[in-house]
Design a protein around this ligand. Sequence first.
Ligand code: FES
Ligand code: FES
Length: 144
Amino acid sequence: NNLDTLYRQVIMDHYKNPRNRGVIEDDSLTINMNNPTCGDRIQLTMKVENDIVTDAKFEGEGCSISMSSASMMTDAIKGRQVEEALKLATTFSDMMQGKDLDVEDDEDLGDIEALQGVCKFPARIKCATLAWKAMEKALHEEEK
Ligand code: FES
Ligand code: FES
């Protein structure tokens, strides 16, 4: 249906024109993570200054879902406090589990609705979650 087509367009746009692709060089947080079921992998680098994620970039190889999700995730956490970014990861995982959250007003989360709409099966949900898990893990370690 139309909504499905729209969702696919949003995802393909992030896949073909990824936001924040690259590596932050200077003393940034770095984490590598892969999806063991397919081997797709992501490297995430983030810069945290005064408890704020001031920059986030990703590199990697993977399916359109995992790469577009990484693009959305890096966009969504930039400028947020570490705690807020972690909260966002929880919100994301709730959305992927099918919870209906009202996120339309949050422009960073608007695109994520496309992932929620398209990823209905566990394998795909894993694809979508890869970048978010990486972010959560790296920020939790930073907090310690
Ligand atoms: Fe096909 Fe990930 S997009 S399983
Ligand atoms: Fe590997 Fe999607 S098929 S992350």
